[in-house]
Design a protein around this ligand. Structure first.
Ligand code: FES
Length: 244
């Protein structure tokens, strides 16, 4: 029974295929278009033939302009540079001179009549100078060693450069009135001669001139290193005028 049924089905399929081919081939024009259609299908090819080499130019890899490594390095060095600039700025700000006036050169230092023999020294701040008028009659150990005349002393301590003040009330070796450095205690006579302390020499002196009216000028660009003969550098008015 099964065999018969199969035979019936196969016969029916054969019949239907036969009918269909007959339908397609029923018209010559239709047959030609089918052939053209098959030819077109067979000519199409989407597969890449074996052993086909793709040129490298076609396998182009797009690289980013800034890599992560470059970005991290750039950030580090930028931060480092900014920090360094900050330190340099702080350093310059700390050490940059402010309020410093021009120093070297001639400065007016009053009139000779402003300084009495043996009177306390007078300071001219802009010139960093003490003007003293030594009294030859002053026999004290802080006096002028018998010398007479005007002397211009640089206030800068020869030790480490502190400004040295005159201290009229300071008593040392049973005498009042000394130049006394506040930094390390170097002590000088009225003529700037060192008597105590770490300073390597006496106070330096400036050249001094006077005009016809008796006006003194201290020349801070003409410095003579201090020594024990400081008092001998004092000049009377007549000596100053002879030099002018
Ligand atoms: S700076 Fe004057 S004694 Fe040191």
């Amino acid at each position: 029974m099964e065999d018969n049924t199969d035979g019936i089905d196969s016969n029916q399929n054969d019949d239907s295929q036969e009918d269909h081919s007959q339908e397609i081939g029923s018209s010559p024009a239709a047959g030609a278009s089918v052939d053209a259609w098959k030819d077109a299908l067979s000519s199409r090819s989407t597969a890449v033939p074996e052993k086909t080499i793709v040129p490298s130019a076609q396998a182009h890899i797009i690289k980013p302009n800034v890599t992560r490594r470059t970005f991290v390095k750039g950030t580090f060095w930028t931060g480092f540079g900014v920090t360094l600039l900050g330190f340099v700025g702080i350093f310059l700000d700390f050490f940059w001179p402010r309020g410093v006036e021009k120093f070297a050169g001639p400065y007016p230092a009053g009139n000779v009549n402003d300084f009495k023999p043996g009177a306390p020294p007078v300071r001219f701040k802009a010139a960093q100078t003490w003007i003293v008028n030594l009294d030859p009659a002053d026999t004290s150990i802080v006096g002028g060693e018998g010398k007479a005349g005007y002397l211009a002393l640089w206030q800068k301590c020869p030790h480490l450069g502190c400004a040295v003040p005159w201290r009229g009330g300071f008593n040392f070796n049973d005498a009042d009135g000394w130049f006394r450095c506040p930094c390390h205690g170097s002590t000088y006579t009225k003529a700037g001669k060192i008597v105590f302390g770490p300073a390597p020499r006496s106070m330096d002196t400036f050249a001094l001139t006077v005009d016809a009216q008796g006006n003194l000028t201290v020349h801070t660009d003409q410095v003579t290193p201090g020594s024990d003969d400081n008092a001998s550098r004092a000049k009377t008015i007549d000596q100053l005028k002879e030099m002018t």
